[in-house]
Design a protein around this ligand. Structure first.
Ligand SMILES: Cc1cc2nc3c(=O)[nH]c(=O)nc-3n(C[C@H](O)[C@H](O)[C@H](O)COP(=O)(O)O)c2cc1C
Length: 373
């Protein structure tokens, strides 16, 4: 009987579906709803020590639709949580009491200041959260304060901050990486070489959703002006698959045993299956929940189980990273194709290509066909 249950960095999860940091984990009320709906874990909205510096605008989302009005792309210029740190600490404690088996992971972000990072780690872990995700990847707003993606894009700084965190953390730590870099695998290496138990990727891709052809103003427009924002949803999934694949290969090569939480455009169990085939241990969903609601986890779990049963996989470990072996180089594809063509040609000409093809009444002819001179 196939099971979705898994243990990642010592954290026991009923299933690999995790709410990604963002609006779906923005207070105790909605986090409780996610736990009750059966999500494997919830990563809360990113918090910082001083929420008074966080001021959001409206509108802060812009969406890309197909001709049939289906939403496939979602841009946000939302900041991290604007709720006070002390309120979050109370809510984490309350959630631990109410849902002793629920898994809540705190997403944290601070300025480039060792004391601040150590303080946020120490005070947050006292609440009983299961782990940390370090937000090195929010691509808008926060980089203006040298936070988020501004840190994640400077691998030396990210490495240093991860070392600060690891010196204080008593629970597992995942570094959430930005895709807005040349090599996300190098970013993963910076975090993992500092001792983080795992990495999570991808956060949103820096984007401009479009320009209104009447007003000539970029979207989303706030008082006539805009900033590039973070792009998510189905449209980013192929890019996320590629980046997860690159990180998974680096983990296998240099950090065996470290974990990878895959993120980007997941809306179904089959999307999740593909992220796991490419090396993910868990799969996070953020925009999908904003589109479909918390109960979308049920069909996702069913579809993933169906996939596993079809292929006779009993556990996630049975197929994690399975498809990585089928990536190669272009030169190798050319070589394989030439080989396959030669085989096909030989077959076409009736030449023996396998020992089983020898026939008693054509034996001399078949020998002749294979001979030179
Ligand atoms: C409105 C919105 C707010 C987000 N806020 C955060 C955040 O506070 N911290 C964080 O690490 N990621 C944040 N994200 C990024 C998501 O967690 C996720 O990495 C990204 O959206 C890609 O996954 P998805 O396509 O499933 O949304 C946010 C995404 C959206 C759409």
């Amino acid at each position: 009987m196939a099971t979705l249950a898994t243990t990642v960095d010592g954290i026991k999860l009923d299933n690999p579906f995790i709410i990604g940091s963002g609006p779906p984990g923005t207070n105790a009320n909605v986090i409780g709803k996610a736990i009750e709906e059966g999500w494997g874990a919830v990563i809360a909205k990113t918090i910082s020590l001083d929420a008074s510096k966080v001021v959001n605008v409206a509108p802060r989302y812009a969406r890309l639709r197909t001709a049939s009005k289906e939403i496939i792309g979602w841009q946000n210029i939302e900041l991290i949580s604007d709720r006070p740190f002390s309120v979050w600490l109370d809510e984490f404690k309350m959630l631990k009491d109410k849902y002793p088996n629920g898994v809540v992971i705190a997403s944290i972000m601070e300025e480039y200041n060792k004391d601040a990072w150590i303080e946020i780690v120490e005070r947050t872990q006292e609440t009983g959260v299961a782990g940390f995700e370090l937000n090195f990847s929010c691509p808008h707003g926060l980089p203006e304060r040298k936070m988020g993606a501004a840190m994640g894009q400077d691998f030396a700084v990210m490495h240093e901050v991860c070392e600060w965190v690891m010196s204080a953390a008593k629970i597992p730590v995942w570094a959430k990486l930005t895709p807005n870099v040349t090599s996300i695998a190098d970013g993963a290496e910076a975090a993992l070489s500092a001792g983080c138990q795992g990495v999570a990727a991808i956060n949103t891709i820096l984007a401009v959703m479009g320009v209104d052809l009447e007003t000539l103003r970029p979207e989303p427009t706030v008082e006539g002006y805009s900033v590039p924002g973070g792009y998510s949803c189905v449209a980013v999934r192929p890019i996320a698959y590629r980046m997860v694949k690159e990180i998974a290969q680096r983990i296998i090569e240099k950090f065996p045993g470290r974990s990878l939480s895959a993120i980007g455009g997941v809306e179904s169990g089959n999307d999740a299956a593909q992220f796991i085939l490419l090396g993910g241990d868990t799969v996070q969903v953020c925009t999908g929940v904003m589109k479909l609601g918390y109960d979308c986890v049920k069909p996702m779990k069913e579809e993933l189980l169906k996939f596993m049963e079809k292929h006779k996989f009993n556990t996630l470990a049975d197929f994690k990273g399975h498809s990585l072996q089928y990536f190669s180089t272009h030169a190798d594809l050319v070589r394989r194709q030439a080989e396959a063509k030669a085989m096909a040609k030989a077959k076409l000409e009736g030449k023996v290509t396998k020992d089983g093809e020898w026939k008693g009444d054509e034996f001399v002819k078949q020998s002749e066909q294979l001979a030179r001179g």
